[in-house]
Structures are given as structure tokens and as C-alpha cells.
Ligand binder design. Structure first.
Ligand code: AMP
Ligand code: FES
Ligand code: ZN
Length: 305
């Protein structure tokens, strides 16, 4: 196969784009997809200060590197979850990456916050991954607002987004379907939510993996040790088969959701009228009086006292 742009030997085949690229032209294609994803959904501009959530995985590290190459103002944020074995490895990868590329990094340490995940897991009755998600989102938002950042970016790619959309659709989960997407706008009323963006929403996992390989990014591949992520992996396999038979269908499904599905769900959700107010403990916004993280803290206090 020949490279679509320069006609030299192609190294990466992309059936969904009816194209193959040599390494140099693939990196060019990749950058254009990122820029297109940012511009078409108005995610941010070169005037924004962007906090990039870095897990140590290939997606978020690739995102950080590519945004900095494109000239955006980026700072990394790593949440050290305090899980023996996996957290020190992830943190080490993130710290080495930022040092190597001379990128700013903020680390939030859950052990010193009294919220180490093994401790939370021991004390709560519910699956720990949902509590862990709440904790991460809380610190993403808090760190961004306190540091004066105007957007918080995560490494979610098209496969992540479509698997989540598929899962939300199977359950017709209106509250998720009404605001899933590459951009969740900021709201400065009631304590405040920073804008959340997913600049890799147009790129597949395969494309990001190729980018990480070509850019020589050392990453830490460790699915959460407590993970209930098996269902998501199953959906990703189903969608992979769909894409094999119908190249391009995955992106089209997601684009049609954004233009037709989401607005309809958003209107329905607005009619239900869910109120958000500052958490009575920490002041960050919640729809539940006391936010999820403060309830986890209270639960840990009750058990220790
Ligand atoms: P995941 O839910 O693990 O697939 O992660 C999705 C995105 O959330 C990643 O691409 C990161 O941007 C972000 N993320 C996940 N875990 C962390 C972490 N411990 N610290 C900072 N960002 C994270
Ligand atoms: Fe963090 Fe499972 S405990 S995702
Ligand atoms: Zn709170």
C-alpha cells in the first residue's frame, strides 16, 4: 500500500479513512484530526490555559505532547491514587515524561488527602471504581479552578466515547445522554465547574497507539486492579467488529449522536429540571446536597472514629 499523501510506502493503514500513511504523513494526518476536533466543537483556543489529566496511559500522554506541539498552553495533572504497585509506576511514568519534554506538572496525592483508594475500598460498600471516578473528577475540577485554568482535558478517544455512548444507550440513561460529548461547558454559578474537553474524540484507539509508538512515548499500561471495566471491553470488541464490517460507522454513529441525539436528550433533561447547588461541606457543585467526595470522607471518618 502507498501513502495517500506522498506515495511512499505506507506504514499505517486506516480503512475508516480509506487511506494509508507513511510515518511522517501519519503524524501530519493525526495533528489535522486533533485540530479539526478542537475547532469543530469549539473546545478551546490558544488563549486558554489547559490542564491535561495524565494517568500515565498512552492516550493522555499523547494528548499532552500533541497539544504542546500544536502550541497550546498546557500543564499536566496527575492524581496519585495510592494503590500499591500500580500508582507509583504510573506516577513515575508521568513524571519522567514531563521532565523529558519540559512540561509543567501538578501531582495530587490521595494518600495525603486521606483518600487512598485501598482505604476507600476497604470502607465503602459500593464498587470502588465509581468512588474513584468521583474522587478523580472532584480533584480535576478543584485543581483547575484553584489554578485559574480555563479547560480540563482528558485522553478519551473515539473508542472510549462510542463504548460509553453504546452503554448509555442500552440503558437509555437520559442524564448521561444529555451531556455526553467532546465538550462539557463550564458553569460558574454555584461553586463552579471547569469546562471539560476531550480533544482526541475523532481518533481511534489504534490511531493513538500508533502516534504513541511513533513518538516514542513510554507509557504505563495498567487497567485498574479493582476494575469492573470488563463490560466496557466487551462493548469495544462488539464495536470493533462493527467497524471491521462497516468502516467509518463508529465515527458516523458518534457524529450523528452529537448533531441529532444529544440535543433531544438535553431538552428532555431540562424539562425534568435537575438543580445543582454548592456542596454544603466543600462548596463544589453537586445535585445531592453533600457531594460524593464529602460523603466518602464522612464514611471514612465514621468508621475510624
Ligand atoms: P480512564 O477512565 O482510566 O480510561 O481514563 C480516562 C482519562 O482520565 C485519561 O485519559 C486521563 O486523561 C484521565 N485520568 C484517568 N486516571 C487519571 C489519574 N490517575 N490522574 C490524572 N488523570 C487521569
Ligand atoms: Fe480507580 Fe477502579 S479504582 S478506576
Ligand atoms: Zn463536597
Amino acid at each position: 500500500m502507498k501513502c495517500k499523501r506522498c506515495r511512499s510506502t505506507a506504514a499505517v493503514a486506516l480503512p475508516s479513512h480509506h487511506a494509508g500513511f507513511c510515518p511522517t504523513c501519519f503524524l501530519e494526518f493525526f495533528s489535522r484530526q486533533v485540530e479539526r476536533g478542537i475547532a469543530s466543537q469549539k473546545l478551546f483556543t490558544h488563549d486558554d490555559r489547559i490542564l491535561v489529566a495524565l494517568s500515565g496511559g498512552k492516550d493522555s500522554l499523547s494528548l499532552m505532547l500533541e497539544l504542546s506541539r500544536l502550541g497550546y498552553d498546557v500543564t499536566g495533572l496527575h492524581i496519585d491514587l495510592g494503590i500499591p504497585g500500580s500508582s507509583p509506576k504510573a506516577r513515575g511514568v508521568v513524571e519522567r515524561f514531563c521532565a523529558r519534554h519540559e512540561l509543567r506538572l501538578i501531582v495530587c496525592d490521595m494518600v495525603s488527602e486521606g483518600l487512598a483508594i485501598p482505604l476507600v475500598k476497604e470502607r465503602i460498600k459500593r464498587p470502588v471504581c465509581s468512588a474513584c471516578g468521583k474522587i478523580k473528577r472532584h480533584f480535576f475540577n478543584k485543581t483547575a479552578l484553584e489554578g485559574g485554568f480555563t479547560a480540563l482535558a482528558t485522553g478519551h478517544n473515539l473508542d472510549d466515547e462510542v463504548a460509553r455512548l453504546f452503554s448509555n444507550t442500552l440503558r437509555w440513561d437520559v442524564s448521561y445522554l444529555s451531556d455526553q460529548g467532546p465538550c462539557l461547558r463550564e458553569s460558574d454559578d454555584e461553586g463552579g465547574f471547569v469546562r471539560k474537553v476531550k480533544p482526541f474524540w475523532r481518533l481511534s484507539e489504534f490511531e493513538v497507539a500508533n502516534y504513541a509508538f511513533l513518538m516514542d512515548i513510554e507509557h504505563h499500561h495498567a487497567p485498574c486492579p479493582y476494575s469492573g471495566g470488563a463490560t466496557f471491553t466487551f462493548y469495544k470488541h462488539l464495536l470493533y467488529e462493527l467497524e471491521e464490517k462497516m468502516p467509518g460507522r463508529k465515527l458516523a454513529f458518534y457524529l450523528d449522536f452529537l448533531s441529532k441525539g444529544r440535543p433531544a436528550f438535553a431538552q428532555y433533561e431540562q424539562e425534568l429540571g435537575i438543580e445543582v447547588a454548592p456542596c454544603t461541606e466543600c462548596g463544589y457543585p453537586t445535585s445531592a446536597g453533600v457531594c460524593g467526595v464529602c460523603r466518602i470522607r464522612a464514611m471514612l471518618r465514621d468508621v475510624t472514629s
